[in-house]
Design a protein around this ligand. Structure first.
Ligand SMILES: Nc1ncnc2c1ncn2[C@@H]1O[C@H](COP(=O)(O)OP(=O)(O)OP(=O)(O)O)[C@@H](O)[C@H]1O
Length: 216
C-alpha cells in the first residue's frame, strides 16, 4: 500500500497517451548538442536518460516539452490517433527542473494556492503528502534546497498530466524525499502516465528503460 492515497480527482484519472521520438537532434543556441535519439513510451512506461554532464539529457527533455528546437520527430498519440503537439505541450506535460520554477517571495502555502488557482484544482493535502505541512508559513526563498525540491513536485500532485519530464528529480533529496518521488512515479505509471527522467549514475528507477545519450 503506497503511503499517498492521492487527491480524489487525481486517483480517478487514467491516461492513454503514448510518445515516440525518432532520430531527434536537439539544438541549443543554434548548435546541435544531441544527435539521434529514438525512443518510444507506451502508457505506464518510464525511461531514464543517462549520460555525462553536458551530454544533452536536459536538452532532450526540453525538446519534448517544446522548449528547445530539434530536427527529427516527436509524436504524441492515443491509440492510432496522432495528437496535436501544441495542445499536449500546453495541457498534458509537466516539466520539473532543478530550479523548480517557484517564486522565492511566496510562502509555501501561497505557492500551493497559486498553483491550485493556476491549474484550476484544489491543492488538497498535497503539502502534507510532500512532508511540507510545517513549512507552510515560510517563504520559498527561506526553504532548504531539499525542501524547495520537494515543493517543486507540488504541481505533479495538483494537476494530473499524462507526461512527466523530471530533470534530476532525486538531487538534493533525503531518503524520505526520494521515496516520495518514487511513490509519485509509481502511482502515475499505474494510471498509465508516462515519465522521462534525466538521471545521474547513482540514482535509478527500477523497471524503467534506460537510454544513454551522447553529445552531438
Ligand atoms: N542555453 C544554452 N545555450 C547554449 N548551449 C547550451 C544551452 N543550454 C545547454 N547548452 C549546451 O548543451 C549541451 C547539453 O546540455 P544539457 O544541459 O542538455 O546536458 P545534460 O546532459 O543535461 O547535463 P548535466 O548532466 O550537466 O545536467 C551542453 O554542452 C551545454 O553547454
Amino acid at each position: 500500500m503506497l503511503p499517498w492515497p492521492g487527491i480524489p480527482h487525481v486517483r480517478a484519472m487514467a491516461f492513454e497517451m503514448s510518445l515516440s521520438c525518432d532520430d531527434v537532434c536537439v539544438q541549443r543556441a543554434g548548435k546541435d548538442v544531441l544527435a539521434g535519439v529514438s525512443l518510444s513510451l507506451a502508457p505506464g512506461e518510464a525511461v531514464m536518460l543517462r549520460g555525462p554532464n553536458g551530454s544533452g539529457k536536459t536538452s532532450m527533455l526540453r525538446a519534448v516539452a517544446g522548449l528547445a528546437s530539434f530536427d527529427g520527430e516527436i509524436v504524441f498519440s492515443r491509440g492510432v490517433q496522432v495528437l496535436d503537439p501544441a495542445f499536449i505541450r500546453a495541457h498534458e506535460i509537466h516539466m520539473v527542473s532543478p530550479e523548480g520554477g517557484l517564486s522565492p517571495r511566496l510562502t509555501v502555502r501561497e505557492t500551493a494556492r497559486f498553483l491550485g488557482a493556476f491549474y484550476g484544482r484544489d491543492p488538497g493535502e498535497s503539502l502534507g503528502q510532500l512532508g511540507l505541512e510545517k513549512q507552510g508559513h515560510l517563504r520559498v526563498g527561506d526553504l532548504s534546497t531539499g525542501q524547495r525540491r520537494r515543493l517543486s513536485l507540488l504541481r505533479l500532485l495538483i494537476s494530473p498530466r499524462a507526461l512527466w519530464l523530471l530533470d534530476e528529480p532525486f538531487a538534493a533529496l533525503d531518503e524520505e524525499g526520494k521515496e516520495i518521488v518514487r511513490a509519485l512515479i509509481d502511482i502515475h505509471r499505474a494510471r498509465g502516465g508516462l515519465v522521462m527522467l534525466a538521471l545521474h549514475d547513482r540514482e535509478a528507477l527500477p523497471s524503467a528503460k534506460t537510454l544513454f545519450v551522447e553529445a552531438a
